[in-house]
Design a protein around this ligand. Structure first.
Ligand SMILES: NC(=O)c1ccc[n+]([C@@H]2O[C@H](COP(=O)([O-])OP(=O)(O)OC[C@H]3O[C@@H](n4cnc5c(N)ncnc54)[C@H](OP(=O)(O)O)[C@@H]3O)[C@@H](O)[C@H]2O)c1
Length: 257
């Protein structure tokens, strides 16, 4: 990383090496933020993303952490702040996404889903608020919070609780820090999803299209641009959350058999 002092604000994006997290990191870099890319195992992808970010003319620092290691978070955030003294934004995008009904959820699945999807954003937000005087937190949630899709029981309960945490943290850390959420719909389906599956999901979306990463990053930049919005979750899903259809992979598989 360049040691040249920067006057730009900086943003930490968890899960920033790949997929949606990468798109968020690049969009914030394009908007003039220096970036800290958090990653877990995707070290090569993180290096590639950092190269793309630096090509946009901002600084990029790579900061790996296993988000299951909650005790490491205070020192981790202090190191991030030391590397980027103008740290102003935390985007909690990293997530674990395991399909399991209540009946099939083991204690290990439950713990992992809550560790990554709720406990890590909770303690990262706590540590961020301890480090910075003013700033913004964006929690990436999921439009499935509109449904009770028990096929993703622990994942969805963790994300639903993340919504309540977003509201609670917005109150506790006001007026210094705004805390908001963005709930994406179908944007980047897992690589294992077939084109038929994606087409089937799109049938259930009132605006009849798949979202783009720009749809999500635009919402994030909008929320970051306001000092009068806090404790809100902006759903960006083409209206899917309004329908109560809530189509998902488990139902698709059932349809086929
Ligand atoms: N993709 C979509 O269309 C969609 C739809 C609705 C909601 N969302 C939400 O949007 C966010 C991003 O989605 P995505 O699909 O891009 O996510 P993803 O592909 O599942 O990536 C998740 C990221 O989380 C990181 N991660 C998971 N467990 C970790 C751990 N224990 N320690 C450190 N890092 C860990 C991974 O980092 P490494 O690879 O470095 O290990 C990975 O980069 C998530 O919060 C997701 O719930 C996405």
């Amino acid at each position: 990383m360049s040691t040249e002092p920067s006057s730009r604000p900086a943003a930490l994006v968890t899960g920033g090496a790949i997929r949606l997290g990468r798109a968020i990191a690049l969009a914030l870099a394009g908007a003039g933020y220096d970036i800290v890319v958090h990653y877990g195992r995707s070290s090569e992808a993180a290096e590639a993303t950092a190269t793309e970010i630096r090509a946009l003319g901002v600084q990029c620092h790579l900061a790996p952490l296993d988000l299951a290691d909650v005790t490491a978070i205070p020192d981790y955030m202090a190191a991030v702040h030391a590397a980027m003294p103008n740290l102003r934004v935390l985007v909690n995008s990293a997530s674990a996404y395991t399909q399991a009904t209540i009946a099939n959820t083991t204690a290990a699945i439950f713990d992992q889903q809550f560790q990554v999807n709720l406990r890590a954003p909770f303690f990262l937000t706590q540590a961020f608020a301890a480090q910075v005087e003013q700033g913004s937190v964006i929690n990436i949630i999921d439009n499935k919070l509109a449904f009770n899709q028990y096929e993703y029981a622990a994942y969805l309960l963790a994300k639903k609780t993340l919504v309540e945490f977003t509201r609670m943290a917005a109150l506790e850390f006001a007026p210094r820090i705004t805390v908001n959420g963005v709930a994406p719909g179908v944007v980047l389906p897992a690589g294992t999803r077939s084109p038929e599956y994606v087409a089937w999901r799109i049938q259930g979306i009132p605006l009849h299209r798949q979202g783009t990463t720009d749809d999500i990053t635009g919402a994030i930049l909008y929320l970051l641009g306001s000092r009068f919005i806090t404790g809100q979750v902006l759903t960006v899903d083409g209206g899917e959350g309004l329908t109560n259809i809530g189509q998902n992979a488990a139902q698709f598989d059932q349809d086929k058999v």
